[in-house]
Design a protein around this ligand. Structure first.
Ligand SMILES: [Zn+2]
Length: 460
């Protein structure tokens, strides 16, 4: 591959900004600085004057082509990664579900097959453990050595996904022994199931009951319990999709004691709130997500948690189900509505607009939350997550003076809605480079098909 030179832009990393040219060779960043005068005859020069050059987004929480609640997520690895690329995300870590009756290694291989040759950006996996059969933990070492260096467990959804506390303890203990880390979905599933059954029995069968059945305490209690169980197991811990002030307080308290506890929140908890459940009819099924959206007080606490460093990562929890599919399954029983919504395409621009442009976080912090910190947390840094010498040339060219309007009609996600419908946001993603290849321009995918590579992530 020849040289590529992005000239005249402002290069932003989590450590600072610099006005500089970026030279790319064979998919890697070769140099950063005043390079425009260099006599490289065959360099393709791209004028980036007035533009921000940002590290490609790293989204560590997606569910592509994934079986869930009697259906499958609507984006597969082709459509989901194309949408990601168009939205400025060039790396993702997806959840490989354990299939009932299959071993972890068999399940992982099945998920690998879904991605191979289809994904257009680089990807890794977390291995979900939903049934700790005899011998399951003996596969942990091989899984971690294969580059899948994290596991996921659920403290909710009894009967399908949930592990009881003893098994959670065992997964923590055995994974940390082989250098793996554990991502926890922290909600008290048993209390939720009881509350949900009561609501249904009382005739409150519509989607708005989803929120009422999962009050903040169901998350906070599970976070506190998981922290203590991780202490017993002497294991680090990572919380996915935290949504409440109390959960952040629990994580902050643990971190103040120097315990290895980390957490993420998601775009929607930072930018949407529970008032969407008041939409009449079945509309509010669009935001039947788990955990549910919270009040504005929680939302502000999440932004504070990001600024304070208590929460280090913002992910999308892209878990798309079309509204029609939600209706088909859960029209008469909110408990059967598949939990999840789309987000991989819009995380980057929504966080830029709502975070940076509204003055909630700095540009550097934005880069950290959306790229650098997730890459570090999950063993992909410095190959991913920075514009630096030797790193993969995953670069987003963003025009801060232009605008983005989000709509289901124009999105690349294979979805019939987006929770950000009609949002007009400052800033526009003009170009997206992945390993030096121009893969997206103005919201359209123009890269090679199936170009994504499996990322072997390093262990703890
Ligand atoms: Zn999820």
């Amino acid at each position: 591959m020849a040289y590529l030179m992005l000239t005249g832009g402002r290069v932003v990393n989590s450590s600072g900004c610099v006005d500089a040219d970026v030279l790319v060779r064979d998919g890697k960043v070769e140099a950063i600085g005043e390079l425009a005068g260099l006599p490289i005859a065959d360099a393709e020069r791209v004028d980036c004057t007035g533009r921000l050059l940002l590290p490609g987004g790293v989204d560590v929480h997606t569910h592509l082509d994934s079986p869930m609640m009697d259906t499958t997520t609507s984006d597969d690895f082709a459509s989901g990664t194309r949408a990601a690329a168009c939205g400025g995300t060039t790396t993702l870590v997806d959840f490989a579900m354990q299939a009932p009756g299959d071993t972890l290694l068999e399940s992982l291989e099945a998920h690998q097959r879904k991605a191979r040759g289809k994904a257009v950006i680089d990807y890794g996996f977390h291995m979900c453990v939903t049934d700790l059969y005899d011998g399951a933990t003996e596969e942990f070492a091989e899984i971690v050595q294969s580059g899948v260096s994290s596991f996921k467990v659920f403290m909710a959804y009894r009967g399908t996904l949930m592990l009881h506390d003893g098994d959670l303890f065992e997964v923590l203990r055995k994974s940390s022994a082989v250098g793996g880390q554990v991502c926890v979905h922290a909600e008290n599933g048993d209390v939720i199931d009881r509350l949900a059954a009561d609501l249904f029995a009382a005739g409150r069968t519509g989607p708005s009951s989803h929120e009422i059945s999962r009050p903040p305490s169901t998350e906070i209690e599970a976070v506190q319990r998981a922290i203590q169980i991780a202490r017993m197991a002497d294991s680090p811990l990572y919380f996915v999709h935290l949504s409440t002030e109390g959960a952040i307080e629990a994580v902050a308290e643990a971190r103040a004691k120097d315990w290895a506890v980390a957490g993420e929140t998601c775009t929607h908890y930072l930018t949407l709130d529970r008032s969407l459940y008041d939409t009449p009819g079945f509309e509010s099924a669009k935001v039947v997500l788990t955990p549910p959206l919270r009040t504005q007080e929680h939302r502000e606490a999440l932004w504070r948690g990001l600024r304070a460093g208590t929460l280090g990562v913002v992910s999308s929890d892209h878990c798309p189900f079309c509204l029609e599919e939600k209706r088909r399954l859960g029209q008469h029983d909110f408990r059967a509505i598949p939990n999840g919504g789309p987000g991989v395409e819009h995380r980057f621009i929504v966080m830029y607009a709502e975070g940076v442009r509204r003055g909630r976080i700095s540009l550097e912090k934005f880069v950290d939350l959306t790229a650098t910190a997730p890459a570090r947390q999950f063993g992909m840094f410095p190959t991913k997550g920075a514009i630096a010498h030797g790193a993969d040339a995953d670069i987003v060219v963003l025009d801060p003076d232009s605008w983005t309007t989000i709509s289901a009609k124009t999105q690349n996600q294979r979805m019939d809605y987006t929770p950000y419908e009609g949002w007009k946001l400052p800033g526009a993603i003009e170009k997206v480079y992945a390993r030096g290849e121009l893969v997206a321009r103005n919201g359209k995918y123009i890269g090679t098909e199936g170009r994504g590579r499996f990322l072997e992530r390093s262990s703890l």
